[in-house]
Design a protein around this ligand. Structure first.
Ligand SMILES: C[S@@+](CC[C@H](N)C(=O)[O-])C[C@H]1O[C@@H](n2cnc3c(N)ncnc32)[C@H](O)[C@@H]1O
Length: 325
């Protein structure tokens, strides 16, 4: 994700309250954020970034270089002002969609499948999930509830019509991952305006809501699959942790949660505290499946670190899909 491509276009959302975590400890003791190694921090980071991208990938993969990258990323995060973006795209993380398809494939013929997609933005993720499931299992009765805190994006999502205004609204090339065949399968086209096919629109309920709201489980009910992608990283860690615990209450016992675009320490802690079972299936592919976040590490606060199997906690740390028991 290029910073030039993203803007904060949410103008009408309810204010998200962020609290400061009083117990949050600095992981970089004695580090002045104004100056690093005698240089203004911004200049220090810019010089490092230039060198970083010149390094061959095998050098970047060396353990000390990764550790240095992790330290730089901590510095980036501590300097950053986290803003909420609405950027999204169709088929953004294909391995994640494939795992959702495999889970839905475990359902019996004609069964119902309840899914909640939180922070759905203009709906690209919702229609991608429905496309993948309904193409494979047209017999399933899918009831999908999509929630976002912004009225503005929900208006686009509900209409399911994507022209230049939709891409502009999220400041993102929303079709960038689609082949021309997929574009024809998912949309009816009028010029450069794409309307989601009616068989993808069916069974979706769009809701204005806050994923952190404790009333959410009462409003939506328990789900087979809950998807929470790319919005928890915008929150301070303590708020993201609380929000994730709230979201987890939506998953029925034995159901699954997909959570990505979140600080990995936050996700790992919640997963361990609540005893979630990480799903090994496609773990590494899903981790690397969204190039817009993997490619931006360590230089942007949303950047996702490389999967490191040498970490003792790697099975939990790098899983984006969990079963909740
Ligand atoms: C970067 S977009 C992610 C869109 C989509 N999930 C994806 O991964 O492509 C973030 C979305 O989160 C929504 N959002 C932010 N905080 C939220 C909250 N507390 N509850 C529900 N939606 C929220 C924003 O309005 C925005 O549409």
């Amino acid at each position: 994700m290029n910073t030039d491509k993203v803007i904060n276009t949410v103008v009408d959302r309810a204010p998200v309250k962020h609290s400061k975590d009083k117990n949050e400890k600095s992981t970089i003791p004695h580090l002045s954020l104004a100056k690093v190694a005698g240089l203004p921090a911004r200049l220090f980071l810019r010089l490092n970034e230039r060198v970083w991208y010149r390094l061959p990938s095998r050098v970047r993969d060396l353990r000390p270089v990764r550790s240095y990258g992790a330290w730089l990323h901590t510095l980036v995060c501590r300097r950053a002002r986290r803003e909420m973006y609405v950027g999204t795209s169709f088929l953004r993380n294909r391995p994640m969609l494939e795992l959702i398809r495999r889970l839905s494939d475990r359902k019996g013929n004609g069964a119902s499948l309840r899914i909640a997609v939180l922070a759905c933005s203009i709906g690209a993720e919702v229609y991608s999930i429905l496309w993948i499931i309904r193409s494979a299992r047209p017999d399933l009765k899918v009831a999908l509830q999509a929630v976002d805190i912004s009225k503005e994006v929900l208006r686009f999502a509900e209409k399911g019509v994507y022209g230049a205004d939709a891409s502009a609204a999220v400041a993102w090339p929303i079709f960038e991952h689609l082949t021309s065949h997929e574009k024809q399968e998912m949309f009816d086209w009028e010029g450069d305006q794409a309307k989601v096919k009616s068989w993808l629109n069916e069974g979706v309920t769009w809701k204005l809501g806050d994923a952190a709201d404790p009333e959410l489980v009462g409003a939506l009910g328990q789900q087979d699959i809950v998807v929470a992608s790319n919005f928890l990283c915008h929150m301070p860690p303590a708020d993201a942790g609380r929000c994730l615990r709230n979201i987890a209450r939506l998953v029925r016992p034995g159901g699954h949660i997909f959570v990505s675009g979140v600080d990995l320490d936050v996700r790992t802690k919640v997963a361990l505290d609540l005893g979630w079972s990480p799903m090994p299936e496609l773990m590494a592919d899903i981790h690397d499946g969204d190039s817009s976040v993997r490619g931006d590490w360590p230089w942007r606060w949303w950047g996702l670190e490389p999967l490191d199997q040498r970490r003792p906690d790697w099975h939990t740390r790098y899983a984006a899909a969990f079963q909740i028991n």
